[in-house]
Design a protein around this ligand. Sequence first.
Ligand SMILES: Cc1ncc(COP(=O)(O)O)c(C=O)c1O
Ligand SMILES: [Zn+2]
Length: 400
Amino acid sequence: MEHLECIFCQKKFPLDIFDPFCPQCREPLLYPAPQKKRSFSPEKSLPLEKFLDFLPLLRVDPSLSLGEGNTPLLRLDHILKDFNLPPVFVKNEAHNPTSSFKDRGTAVAVQKAVSLGMGRIGTVSTGNMASSTAAYGAKAGLETLVLLKEDTPFEKLLLTGVHNPKLIRVRGDYGELFTKSFSIGRRHNIYFMNSVDPFRIEGYKLTAFEIFLQLDRQIPRFLFVPVSAGGHLAGLIRAFLDLRREGLAPFIPIVVGVQAQGCSPIAQAFASGKVKVERIKKAETIAHAISNPDPPAGNIVLRMIRENKGMIITVSDEEILEAQRILAELEGIFCQPASATVLAGLLKLSKEMKMDKNDPIVLVITGSGLKALESLKSLKTDALDSSLSDLEGTIDSLLT
Ligand SMILES: Cc1ncc(COP(=O)(O)O)c(C=O)c1O
Ligand SMILES: [Zn+2]
């Protein structure tokens, strides 16, 4: 029988797809590592098959995949020269089917849903996870329910609605909605694959395995990742721990979780030495996708970061927008403000601590800028107007 484990009380519980929380600690449960020896299958092209040994699946149904993973690892040559940094790489997860890292997790959770014979899936989300779950639900032919915040903007609604799930905008507290979704799921036979679902978290590991292979089996010294609910960071650390456990890598990176100053409950707990994250009252940041005042995996993140010598830092909205601009102008990468936090975090940290010139750094870009166009409101594009007859003169005035 399949089990999930609680890293706080160390107890194991039989898998209950409708409630992935420890009944005692109310912390998210995680999928335990198996006792057997695990290895990669590099000859396979589908990442789910390549890393199957490390996933909580017995087999993969390729017909459920939308082509997630195999995302590029790009060296930021201009940025590292301009800011005098060690080799910096971007793992660009915006190249996933619905333009965010969420597809890594949804792909695994949907495989699980189908293998368990579930006909209905759902999620509670404001953006990226909603469109990801709706798209994979469509591909798998599952009835899909997406519960959104009351004030979700119309454009965000469209990006999910295009896949034709059952969509409901819900009035009331978002944290309560998250918790309530599980009891609703049990009553209506809907598997709610929310932000800290144990199968979703295992899916996020594949990003780290790909980074390892793309760096010729090297582990980066630093890995920067944005943090909201905490599931993504937990999955990435678990992947590096897996690599170390299997003897494939000697150490794990210094994982730097980045939060926006205007909503940084985990960073605040980290800075003040607390073991529990406290809900914050007011969240205000341009990085909407990582604005969670009550992160369900916050305590797990705190613990994993401390046990593995990582850190959680904050960056301001100004630093985020500046990093978003730099990535777009110097490197051709257009990401969401939530994702630009990773470069903002690196620029901030590199001023405060010494980074060895030979140690590679990886920034995980989690989502495409095309999904958060409102962040460009302050952008000035200096387009000149010209008639056809004056065009060459106008061009001459522009060229350097
Ligand atoms: C673009 C983007 N980056 C980062 C995150 C944070 O991931 P997590 O909630 O797993 O910490 C999210 C979460 O929604 C996101 O949409
Ligand atoms: Zn527990």
